[in-house]
Design a protein. Structure first.
Length: 183
């Protein structure tokens, strides 16, 4: 058995509604980390669903399973010393807490709530998913016909209706620096 030695890895978990800006901000953060020589991996919810969670639907149970899978992978990467950047809606507090527990057994976990109103997310939506959900054509759509439980105590909250993506990414990098995770 491999001992649980301290690692230099960590997980930054971006959560928020579809269209809030999780992917945009997380990619900017990951790019900055990589430019500085940090080994970084991005686990984007849409990409993970295509590969690791193919076949799962959008019921509460399937969403919880998806988030637990992402959390498990993030924990293993962080344990190996990787900076892991996760961008996943992760609508339920309990499943985010479980992802935190999986990671914190080995490395720091920082939850970032990327906040934008349903109206703003619908305005940004290039695929028209919000329009379809609001018209009743999509069941179990987070923020419309399925709940989104806002984080109770995230390490950082970003309001992407007020701040540009670059400013939001800068706040994340600053938080990492303040915690000794990035120089």
């Amino acid at each position: 058995m491999i001992p649980d030695a301290p690692s230099s890895g960590y997980t930054v978990w971006f959560t928020g509604l579809s269209g809030a800006g999780k992917t945009t901000v997380s990619r900017l953060v990951a790019a900055e980390l990589a430019r500085s020589g940090v080994h970084v991996e991005v686990l984007d919810g849409d990409v993970v669903r295509t590969h690791l969670s193919k076949g799962l639907g959008f019921s509460k149970e399937d969403r919880d399973t998806n988030i637990e899978r992402i959390g498990w992978v993030a924990s293993r990467l962080a344990r190996a010393g990787t900076a892991v950047v996760v961008a996943a809606i992760s609508p339920y507090e309990a499943s985010r807490r479980r992802a935190r527990e999986l990671t914190e057994a080995f490395a720091p976990f920082l939850e970032v709530h990327v906040r934008a109103s349903v109206e703003e997310c619908a305005r940004r939506d290039p695929k028209g998913l919000y329009a379809r959900a609001l018209a009743g054509e999509l069941a179990d759509f987070t923020g419309v016909s399925a709940p989104y439980e806002e984080p109770l105590t995230p390490e950082l909250m970003l309001d992407t209706e007020l701040d540009e993506p670059e400013a939001s990414a800068g706040r994340v990098i600053k938080m990492l620096g303040a915690r000794g995770l990035f120089r």
